[in-house]
Design a protein around this ligand. Structure first.
Ligand SMILES: [Zn+2]
Length: 139
């Protein structure tokens, strides 16, 4: 028996077939999203999503197939968008300023920013404690 880890597995919305893991279906595409801010321990939850094809009926589904750190959700608030909006509006700001605005620690903001920038979710540069919005294709 495979080890059980919370609710894992996929269900075909078309024919109702259940699959214990993504290994049993045909994966079309995989992508990641993440809860944009780390928790108090500095961990960012990364969710892995997949578009997959049911091997029984051929229907496609999109589901979360795993979470690198579970149990951590931001209820309805999209901090990535809020953060991006502030940065784009101010063009240039600091980690300190963002931490005040979002009421989060500078360390948290810093970690989230590094991640979001690296992932291309926020088009900006982090220069020490400075956050500079980048416009278009900047070198
Ligand atoms: Zn199916």
């Amino acid at each position: 028996m495979p080890r059980r880890k919370g609710k894992e597995g996929l269900t075909c919305k078309n024919c109702g077939s259940k699959f214990r893991s993504q290994k049993e279906v045909k994966i079309i595409k995989i992508w990641h999203t993440f809860s944009p801010f780390p928790d108090k321990d500095g961990n960012i939850a990364i969710n892995v999503f997949a578009t997959w094809e049911c091997p029984i009926c051929g229907a496609r589904g999109r589901d979360k197939i795993s979470s690198i750190k579970g149990g951590f959700e931001y209820k309805g608030k999209n901090y990535t968008e809020i953060l991006a909006k502030i940065i784009y509006e101010l063009k240039e700001t600091t980690v300190e300023e963002l931490s005040k605005r979002l009421n989060m620690s500078e360390e948290t903001i810093s970690k989230a920013l590094k991640y979001l920038i690296a992932e291309g979710q926020i088009r900006a540069k982090l220069d020490g404690k400075k956050v500079i919005a980048s416009s278009g294709q900047e070198a």
